[in-house]
Design a protein around this ligand. Structure first.
Ligand code: F6P
Length: 321
């Protein structure tokens, strides 16, 4: 039976666009007369009863800010029965009728546990720069991170061109080549090394050697952190070609920063829809888009491994080099 929702909780991980999603959830709840409390420091706060009341005003001026106003932390203890019991206590103590969990794989796995094992009403909102949530074409934060990485790459290209140098640029993405492939194509890079494709440094080095004979002296090879380290790739290229390389690890700059318009809009839509699902009693789900229309999939599906294909992206990168 559908229960009357009076209060919801929000728990987050961290990436650009999450604040915009918090704002959307809080204000959608407010317009339906539902109270909101924020869980501070993610699952750790849920176990430690670390919460804060949120209202329409507490989310003003955050739509353009990266990170999460609620802070977040890794919470290994939540994997234990004891940790989960403490989380349930916090939910009961605070009279939380439903929870919105905004984050990536780990956060949504926690949401799925709360929903399936403890019958907590939970809705997941996908937010991760890795864009590796199964059944979800676009997660909040992925577009910003591609744009941040592209901005850095464009700067690197200036130097690569001026000094006729080979650069190996390492991007984030955990086990997913999403960022690398998008940045590779949008940045006009010569090659991309991703977890989804067999690595062939000999082939890349051969292309570089042949190119250098014809006078092409500047190259950018993007490498996804889940496949190799920029330093190792650079060393191997130098060993085979005899040419100097420079390595850049973009790291955490890709996770922060001002969210793009796309991520803010996605956050607004996902946040609003999470509330709609809660009001309809359709929980245990993760919001997504199908043909640009808001829709939802079971959390149990969202936490499965995503089948990622390099497909057209890799082919195009090579064709346009
Ligand atoms: O999942 C997001 C992500 O930024 C990955 O791309 C990266 O591998 C990882 O988190 C880094 O985690 P941490 O911030 O804990 O070092």
């Amino acid at each position: 039976m559908k229960k009357k929702i009076k209060k919801i909780g929000i728990l987050t991980r961290d990436c650009a666009g999450i604040n915009a999603a918090i704002r959307a959830v809080v204000r959608s709840a407010y317009s339906s007369g539902i109270k909101t409390i924020g869980i501070i420091r993610g699952y750790e706060g849920l176990m430690e009863n670390n919460t804060i009341e949120l209202n329409s005003r507490s989310v003003s001026g955050i739509i353009n800010r990266g990170g999460t106003i609620l802070k977040t932390a890794r919470a290994k203890k939540f994997h234990s029965k004891e940790g989960q019991k403490k989380a349930i206590e916090t939910i009961k103590t605070n009279q939380i009728d439903a929870l919105v969990v905004i984050g990536g794989n780990g956060s949504l796995t926690g949401a799925s546990i709360l929903s399936s094992k403890y019958s907590v009403s939970v809705v997941g909102v996908p937010a991760t720069i890795d864009n590796d949530i199964n059944g979800v074409a676009m997660s909040i934060g992925a577009d910003t991170s591609v744009n941040v990485a592209l901005d850095a790459l464009d700067k690197i290209r200036d130097t690569a061109t001026s000094l006729e140098r080979i650069f190996v640029v390492e991007v984030m993405g955990r086990d997913c080549g999403y960022i690398a492939l998008r940045v590779g194509l949008a940045g006009g890079c010569e090659d991309v090394i991703v977890p989804e494709k067999k690595i062939n440094i000999k082939e890349i080095s051969k292309e570089i050697s042949e190119g250098s004979i014809k006078g092409k002296m500047s190259w950018i090879v993007v490498v996804s952190e889940g496949k190799a380290k920029a330093a190792d790739v650079g060393k191997k290229i130098t060993k085979i070609t005899g040419l100097e390389t420079r390595e850049v690890v973009l790291g955490h700059i890709q996770r922060g920063g001002r969210p793009t318009a796309y991520d803010r809009m996605l956050a607004a839509r996902y946040g609003y829809y999470a509330l709609e699902l809660i009001k309809k009693g359709q929980t245990g789900r993760c919001v997504t888009l199908r043909n640009d229309k808001l829709s939802a999939i079971p959390l149990s599906k969202a936490i499965k491994k995503k089948d990622i294909r390099v497909g057209d992206y890799y082919k195009l990168i090579k064709l346009l080099t």
